[in-house]
Design a protein around this ligand. Structure first.
Ligand code: HXC
Length: 513
C-alpha cells in the first residue's frame, strides 16, 4: 500500500506541478494569475477539493497524443466562500490555451450537475481560447452540453462568470448565460471572434482591449456586470456579491443583524430638489436610506440613467431600482429597460424583495429609440415586474410620468406598497407637454399667449400636481416625510415579507426579447 500511496502522490504532484514554474511565469508575464492561484485567492483557506484531476483527452488527431495533459486544462471542484459551499472550475490557459475539448467539457458538466443537485452557486473562471480546434465537433458538442446546463440551472442557483483572460468563441456564451459576469481591466477579453478574424472578414482593424476589454463590456455592451482593476479585486467583488445571495432559489437571502437604527434622518428632507428640472445624484439618497455602506451597485457603468443593486435595509437584503436624475434626467431608454428587467428577474428568482425609488420623466422619445425597439425593450420592464412575485415596494420621490409610472410605480403592476414624498408628481406627462397638447388652440387664440399658458399650467398643476389626487384614488398608499424613509420603507417591507402570490400554471411565459 505504501508504494501505491507514493505512486498516487507522484501522479498528483505531476499534474499540479508539471512545468509549474514555467507555466506560472507565462501567466504572470501576461499579468494574470494561475488557475490554482485564483482558486486559493477566491475560496476560504484550504477549503478546496478537486474532482477528476486525472481526466485526459482521448483525441489523438493533429498531434494531440503528444499534447495530452492530465486534468485537460481545467481544474474543477468545490470549496467554501465565507463558509458557504460553492462549485467551481478554473481554466488553465498554460495547458492547450485553456481550450475546451471533449473531456474538459465533461469535467465542467459534472461540476454544473453537482452544483445544481446540491443547490449551490456555480463559479466559472474563464481563461480560454475557446473550442479546442483539434477536437472538432467534440468541442462544439461539449459547449452545447454546458450551455444547456447553464440555461436549465438559471433561476435555481446563482451562476457567476469571471473572465480572467481571453474568452473567445464558444467560451463567451456560457458566461453570457450566467447571472453575473465579472471582468478585469487589461486582463479580460471577451468576443465571439477576435480582431484577426474581424480584420479578415470585415476589413475592420481593432485591438483586443477595444473590442472585448472590461470597459467595453461594462460601459457599452452591458455584457459585464462588474469591471475590476485586478484579479484580487474581482475575487473580493465575488465574495461580496455572494454575501447578498441565497445559495439557491428555495432559500431566503442571508439576513444579518443590523446595528443601524431606523430613526429619522433629517438630511433626506433636503436631498430631492423641488424644482423638477433640477438634477441630483440618486446615490446620495440610496446611501441615506439603506444600511450604511451596504449598497452594491450592479452594472454601475452601463445605462447610468438607471441604478440597480443589492443593499440591506435593517439587515434584510433588498434589490434597489432607482432612476438617476443626474444622467439623461433618469429617463427610461432601451438599455436602462434591459438593465432593470434583467435585475428584477434575478431578484424574483432568488427571493429578493424589490424597492423602487422613482424620479423619471418616462420612456425616452426619439426615432433612434423607436427604430431600435424601445417598444420591445420597454415592454421587458412591464413584463418583469408583472411576473415578479417577490415583495414589490415603491417610493415615488418626484416625477413619475406616463409609461414609466405604469411600469415602475403603479398599483396595477401589483406593487405591494406605494409610498410617495409630498413632492411626488404623478401624471401622464410633465406640465409643459400636457398643457401644450390639450390647450394648444386656446393658447394660440389668446390675446396674451404666454399669460394664458402660465394660467393653464397653474390650473393643471392644481388639479394633477402632487401625490394627493393619486392618494385619493387609493393609488398611493401613504405620503411620507422624507426624513422617515428608512422606517417607513422597513415597515412596508415588514408588512409584506411573508406574502404568497401564485400564478396560473404554464410552461413558461414569452418575455419580449
Ligand atoms: C486549440 C488553442 C486554442 C484553441 C489557443 N490555443 N486557442 N489550441 N484550440 N481554440 C493554443 C495555442 O495554439 C497555443 O498553443 C496556446 O493555446 C496559447 O495560445 P497563444 O495564441 O500563444 O496565446 P495568446 O497569444 O495569448 O493568444 C490567446 C488567444 C489566441 C487570443 C486566445 O490563442 C486565439 O486567438 N485563439 C483562438 C481563439 C478563437 O478564435 N477561438 C474560437 C474557437 S471556435 P502552443 O502549443 O503554441 O502553446 C469556437 C466556436 C464555438 O469557440 C462556438 C460555439 C457557440
Amino acid at each position: 500500500m505504501e508504494e501505491m500511496i507514493k505512486e498516487l502522490e507522484v501522479k498528483l504532484h505531476a499534474i499540479r506541478e508539471k512545468d509549474g514554474e514555467k507555466r506560472s511565469e507565462s501567466q504572470h508575464k501576461k499579468g494574470k494569475l494561475t488557475a490554482w492561484e485564483r482558486i486559493d485567492l477566491l475560496l476560504d483557506k484550504d477549503s478546496f477539493t478537486e474532482i477528476n484531476p486525472f481526466v485526459t483527452t482521448r483525441v489523438t488527431d493533429f498531434g494531440m497524443d503528444k499534447k495530452r495533459v492530465p486534468g485537460d486544462a481545467v481544474i474543477t471542484g468545490f470549496g467554501r466562500i465565507n463558509g458557504r459551499k460553492v462549485f467551481l472550475f478554473s481554466q488553465d490557459f498554460t495547458q492547450l490555451g485553456g481550450s475546451l475539448g471533449e473531456m474538459h467539457a465533461q469535467k465542467i458538466v459534472r461540476i454544473q450537475d453537482m452544483a445544481l443537485k446540491n443547490g449551490c452557486p456555480l463559479i466559472q473562471m474563464n481563461d480560454s481560447g475557446g473550442a479546442r480546434i483539434q477536437e472538432g465537433i467534440l468541442s462544439l458538442n461539449g459547449y452545447g452540453m454546458i450551455f444547456r446546463r447553464n440555461s436549465l440551472a438559471s433561476g435555481i442557483i446563482p451562476q457567476l462568470s469571471l473572465i480572467l483572460g481571453p474568452s473567445a468563441g464558444g467560451a463567451v456564451y456560457s458566461s453570457g448565460l450566467s447571472d453575473f459576469v465579472f471582468m478585469v481591466r487589461g486582463v479580460s477579453r471577451m468576443y465571439i471572434t477576435g480582431p484577426d478574424v474581424i480584420k479578415r472578414v470585415a476589413g475592420e482593424e481593432i485591438g483586443h482591449e477595444e473590442l472585448g476589454g472590461a470597459d467595453v463590456h461594462a460601459q457599452v455592451s452591458g455584457v459585464a456586470h462588474f469591471a475590476c482593476d485586478s484579479e484580487e479585486g474581482c475575487f473580493e467583488a465575488v465574495r461580496r456579491l455572494l454575501s447578498y445571495l441565497p445559495s439557491n432559489a428555495n432559500e431566503e437571502p442571508p439576513y444579518v443583524t443590523s446595528d443601524q437604527d431606523l430613526s429619522p434622518d433629517d438630511a433626506i428632507n433636503s436631498l430631492i430638489p423641488i424644482d423638477p428640472e433640477e438634477s441630483y445624484d440618486v446615490h446620495e439618497v440610496i446611501d441615506h436610506i439603506f444600511d450604511q455602506g451596504s449598497f452594491l451597485e450592479i452594472h454601475e457603468e452601463y445605462a447610468m440613467n438607471a441604478v440597480v443593486g443589492l443593499a440591506r435595509l435593517y439587515g434584510y437584503v433588498v434589490g434597489v431600482v432607482a432612476n438617476q436624475p443626474e444622467f439623461m434626467a433618469g429617463v427610461l431608454d432601451i438599455n436602462a429597460s434591459d438593465k432593470i428587467a434583467r435585475f428584477v428577474r434575478f431578484c424574483d428568482c432568488f427571493n429578493i424583495p424589490l424597492i423602487n425609488l422613482i424620479d423619471t420623466p418616462g420612456y425616452l422619445p426619439g426615432s433612434t429609440q423607436e427604430f431600435d425597439g424601445i417598444i420591445r425593450h420597454g415592454a421587458k420592464v412591464l413584463y418583469a415586474y408583472s411576473e415578479a412575485t417577490v415583495p414589490k415596494i415603491v417610493l415615488i420621490m418626484r416625477k413619475a410620468y406616463g409609461g414609466a409610472y405604469i411600469a415602475l410605480c403603479s398599483r396595477d403592476m401589483a406593487y405591494d406598497r406605494v409610498l410617495a414624498y409630498p413632492c411626488a408628481d404623478i401624471a401622464v406627462m410633465g406640465v409643459e407637454g400636457a398643457v401644450g397638447i390639450i390647450f394648444r388652440k386656446e393658447i394660440a387664440a389668446a390675446d396674451d399667449p404666454e399669460k394664458r399658458l402660465q394660467e393653464l399650467k397653474a390650473q393643471y398643476l392644481e388639479k394633477f400636481g402632487g401625490p394627493y389626487l393619486s392618494a385619493s384614488y387609493g393609488l398611493v398608499d401613504q405620503i411620507i416625510v422624507p426624513a422617515r424613509t428608512r422606517l417607513e420603507l422597513f415597515k412596508a417591507l415588514d408588512s409584506v415579507m411573508e406574502k404568497q402570490e401564485t400564478r396560473p400554471k404554464k410552461k413558461h411565459g414569452n418575455i419580449p426579447l
